[in-house]
Design a protein around this ligand. Structure first.
Ligand SMILES: N[C@@H](CCC(=O)N[C@@H](CS)C(=O)NCC(=O)O)C(=O)O
Length: 204
């Protein structure tokens, strides 16, 4: 298997799941700042120009965070990345989608790439501020979901990898995490798989 990732990007969540699973894989860094995602070498693999991108052992390519995380969990049941209970599985998908589709794509995307949302450069500060509001509201929701739990649905699952990457980004943009999210981030940082991933990406 090959994981195309960018250091510190949302792909950190998939990268840590591969470390949790512990099977051999190749990590290939894509330099988003230099535009490597738009070069033919990468678009031949993923025409969406996005990481994470997973190339499976049969050569087929899987994209989109929730799909990759779900496939990794289902094909590696020994790693216990998805609970057996269907109701809890639905909660895992609900939280994963909220992190990716709302907190990341609507919140952090506005903060990291305001020009994609602003009609002119003069509007960019307002776009960033709106992104911060969306992310902060998202963390308030996650904080409630984490109340009384070590992990998103009790035991560790793919949802925690998605929570982790948005929590990890919070420091970068000056968002103070509410208490349960801050404790969850610390708990995640204490996992050996997360430490291995951070070292591999030069973020430790
Ligand atoms: N919906 C995609 C989002 C992936 C995404 O936005 N990845 C960002 C990095 S966090 C990216 O590759 N951006 C490329 C760019 O900014 O040009 C997913 O769930 O995987």
């Amino acid at each position: 298997m090959k994981l195309y990732y960018a250091p510190g990007a949302c792909s950190i969540g998939i990268h840590l799941l591969l470390e949790e699973i512990g099977k051999p894989y190749e990590g290939i860094a894509v330099n988003l700042r230099e535009g490597a995602q738009f070069k033919p070498e990468f678009t031949a693999v993923n025409p969406k120009s996005k990481v994470p991108t997973l190339v499976r052992d049969d050569g087929s390519v899987l994209t989109e965070y929730p799909a990759i995380a779900y496939w990794l969990a289902r094909t590696n049941p020994f790693a216990n990345l998805l609970p057996d209970n269907i109701d809890l599985q639905a909660r895992v998908l609900e939280l994963t989608d909220y992190c990716v589709a709302t907190i990341h794509m609507q919140g952090f995307s506005r903060i990291f790439r305001p020009s994609n949302y602003a009609p002119s450069a003069a509007d960019e500060d307002a776009v960033k501020a709106r992104g911060k509001e969306i992310a902060e509201k998202g963390f308030a929701v996650l904080n409630e979901a984490l109340a009384g739990k070590d992990y998103a649905v009790g035991s560790f699952s793919i949802a925690d990898s998605a929570l982790f990457y948005v929590e990890f980004w919070s420091k970068r943009v000056g968002i103070a995490l509410p208490a349960n999210c801050a404790a969850h981030l610390e708990r995640m940082l204490a996992r050996p798989a997360v430490q291995r991933m951070l070292k591999a990406e030069g973020l430790a």
